[in-house]
Design a protein around this ligand. Structure first.
Ligand code: ARG
Ligand code: GLU
Length: 719
């Protein structure tokens, strides 16, 4: 009896020390803040195994892939795995109608066949440390925002350049807790990164934008690259003489699978979250910013999707663009729903009410923070119309490719009075940019987008932000049935920026007089009109708002931490290395529905439909399914698992992040969140928020059984 009681008390204590799985934690602070909790949840290694100052540790096998994804190193020859959607741009660049790697997949069967990707970088973290005192040296609470910012910028520059002086490393200082703490990151950046393998889109992008952000999910979202370096092991641009990188550390791969309740940890680079906003900001997101973006992108997608379905070339040209437009669009829809379901605005207001009551009960606190909420209220009210204008400038005014090209070609104006030599240079630069641009351009599609974007801007943006040429639109309107189409027809038939042949002809006769043609070009004039609105009416007030809000955010963050001294605050995501941990877990999306925590190949076969692009299962995959030929990658239940979900708190940037089990082995790759949980960037809900992980066994099965690239499996350490 006594023993039972002791056990009970022990269990109770354990439960009390377990926290919800919300949070993205700083690796070097794990020991201090989270380690007990992690162990209680099942983690079996030490904090040293995760991040060690002196020895190789797990962090040495986690990289930034490109500019916005994470990747994991999985062999001692520099093999790297990330998501298919992270490698997508590079796979697309190598694709044409003749070599359509997007559609058919790509597998280098020898090292010589691996494809180089100029511009692609892989970044390793060498070390990180707290430099708050150094960054804030000379700063005090009474100075203006401007003074403060300029001192901090100067300090940061100094610390960064000193930190990497005489090395080939790069330094980067980031602010945490909204400017209350600063960390210095020393990175090593590799620039010879080669494409090794990618499944066909019908596997790597299975379900496409239809299933994106959703569970249950069946996407084989992975691609494989290799990091190369010079013979000394240092970063070097592509060269035949480069050799595969010998990493400090790589992840062993476990094929034991996962069960509900298993410990999982995601190690990667979450991009942006805003968890500590006041209600006024959440109101703006939910009721203004998100709806505006959803509207604009929805219209764009209607046009792009119809075009992609009508022509295989347009599908290749627009696939990456469509995916990125659709990704934000769908996420924001989920976010608005989630925020409404959580009554997020009210939750924030309730918090603010009790925070205010606390302020009122404490004179010193009141003096420090008494007016912060009313300041927020005022600023967000004033910001509203500028915020809208900014969204419409970015998403609509510069939302068509031809206008974007005109924007990027402002250098052509430099032809005025230019020397022979600089003319040559301007011409060459323009040609390079244009060639890349037109490879993925379809005039008819872009025209439709342009007309629609013009209409949206005209109808939804307050008159004060209208460019002068909108008066021309008003004149047309009397004669034409659709004034937007009329002006679009005119611009596209006359402009050099809307048509590759016209543009190339223009460049062939490029001279010091050419600037005249540029500045009189109708799309150029229009682009300048929008740019003018941005520069004269939006930019500087917007910058002011941002600065004021930054400083309010810093103070409010500090105030919240003082108000709740016992709450574990984690810093908002800022695309620095973080750890988030939790467990494999299912959820109930709506009343009466329970979702399993994993999916299998059977679900892919169920979705199979050759008439729907997103669900067209390759024959070979069907054959493997019907033959039950899953090799050692099958689950102990005999089925082929594809993906699983867990309670890890992740966000954009965590794509391609290694998902790790209690023993530090790779069990999957993070690639998405569930739709019901996308509001976790603003407010996390333990009942609804799940990260979606590709089961590593499915990736291995595709590499081995589908692609026959077993040489890659042999390189890995399979457990
Ligand atoms: N939602 C995932 C992320 O935010 C995947 C995006 C790429 N896939 C797509 N179908 N657009 O990055
Ligand atoms: N797909 C996202 C990415 O590219 C991860 C999903 C999320 O936002 O959580 O990082």
């Amino acid at each position: 009896m006594k023993k039972l009681l002791v056990l009970l008390v022990f269990k109770l204590l354990l439960i009390l020390t377990l926290f919800a799985d919300e949070g993205m934690w700083i690796p070097i602070l794990m020991q201090q803040y989270n380690f007990g909790d992690m162990q209680a949840k099942g983690f079996k290694l030490t904090a040293e195994d995760i991040y060690s100052v002196n020895n190789a540790s797990m962090k040495d096998a986690v990289v930034i892939f490109g500019g916005g994804c994470t990747g994991a190193i999985i062999s001692d020859e520099g093999l790297l795995i990330t998501n298919h959607h992270c490698g997508y741009g590079n796979i697309q660049k190598h694709s044409s109608l003749e070599h359509d790697y997007l559609t058919n997949g790509f597998w280098a069967m020898t090292r010589a066949e691996e494809l180089s990707n100029p511009g692609l970088k892989v970044t390793f973290l060498i070390s990180m440390k707290d430099v708050t005192d150094l960054v804030l040296k000379g700063v005090d609470d009474n100075m203006t925002v401007y003074k403060r910012t300029s001192i901090i910028e100067k300090n940061i520059e100094e610390i960064e350049s000193k930190a990497v002086d005489g090395t080939h490393y790069e330094a980067r200082i980031e602010s945490f807790y909204n400017g209350n703490q600063y960390f210095l990151f020393i990175n090593e950046v590799f620039t010879d990164v080669r494409l090794v393998g990618a499944p066909p889109s019908s596997i790597g992008k299975f379900g496409g934008d239809t299933d994106n952000w959703m569970w249950p999910r069946h996407t084989g979202d992975f691609s494989i690259f290799r990091v190369y370096c010079d013979k000394e092991g240092k970063p070097a641009d592509f060269s035949k003489d480069n050799v595969p990188l010998k990493p400090k550390r790589f992840f062993p791969v476990s094929i034991n699978g996962v069960k509900k309740g298993d410990f999982t940890m995601v190690f990667g680079y979450p991009g942006t979250t805003t968890e500590y906003l006041p209600s006024y900001a959440v109101e703006q997101i939910q009721n203004e910013s998100d709806p505006a973006r959803i509207l604009i992108r929805g219209k764009k997608l209607d046009i792009i999707n119809a075009a992609m379905n009508s022509d295989p070339l347009i599908r290749i040209q627009y696939s990456a663009k469509a995916a990125s437009v659709a990704n934000g669009w769908k996420k924001w829809i989920g976010e608005v729903r989630g925020l409404k379901r959580l009554n997020a605005i009210d939750v924030k207001r309730d918090f603010e009410n009790s925070f205010t009551a606390w302020l009122n009960s404490d004179k010193t606190m009141y003096e420090k923070y008494g007016d912060i909420l009313s300041q927020y209220e005022k600023i967000y009210k004033e910001l509203s119309s500028y915020n809208m204008a900014m969204i419409y400038i970015n998403e609509a005014a510069f939302g068509s490719d031809a206008v974007l090209l005109a924007l990027r070609m402002r250098g052509l104006e430099g032809s005025k009075d230019a020397s022979e030599e600089s003319l040559e240079w301007i011409k060459k630069d323009a040609q390079t940019k244009a060639d890349i641009h037109f490879k993925d351009y379809n005039e008819a599609t872009d025209k439709l987008i342009f007309a629609e974007m013009l209409r949206l801007y005209y109808e939804n943006v307050p008159k004060e932000f209208h460019p002068a040429f909108f008066e021309e639109l008003d004149k047309i309107s009397k004669k034409s049935t659709d004034k937007y189409l009329t002006i679009t027809d005119y611009c596209y038939s006359k402009s050099i920026f809307a048509n590759q042949e016209k543009f190339n002809t223009f460049l062939q006769t490029f001279s010091s007089k050419s600037y005249k043609k540029v500045v009189n070009d109708p799309l150029y004039v229009l682009m300048k009109g929008f740019l003018g609105v941005y520069q004269t009416k939006i930019m500087s007030p917007y910058d002011k708002f941002t600065m004021t809000l930054d400083s309010l955010d810093r103070v409010y963050m500090k105030a919240q931490m003082e108000y709740q001294p016992n709450r574990r605050f984690y810093p908002d995501a800022n695309f620095t290395l973080r750890i988030t941990y939790g467990q494999v877990d299912d959820y109930d999306p709506v009343d009466g529905v329970e979702y399993e925590y994993y999916t299998t190949l059977k679900g892919i076969i169920e979705k199979d439909n050759p008439d729907i692009y997103d669900y067209d299962v390759p024959d070979k995959l069907k054959e493997l399914y019907y033959a039950g030929d899953f090799g050692k990658y099958a689950d102990s239940d005999g089925t082929m698992h594809v993906a699983f979900i867990g309670t890890n708190h992740t966000t954009g940037g965590n794509s391609g992040s290694p998902v790790i089990n209690a023993n530090g082995e790779l069990i999957g790759l993070n690639f998405d969140r569930n739709w019901e949980g996308t509001m976790s960037d603003v407010m996390y809900d333990p009942d609804m928020c799940r990260n979606i992980t590709l089961d590593i066994r499915y990736a291995l099965f595709i590499i081995d059984k589908y692609a026959g690239a077993s040489h890659l499996i042999e390189e890995m350490e399979i457990r």
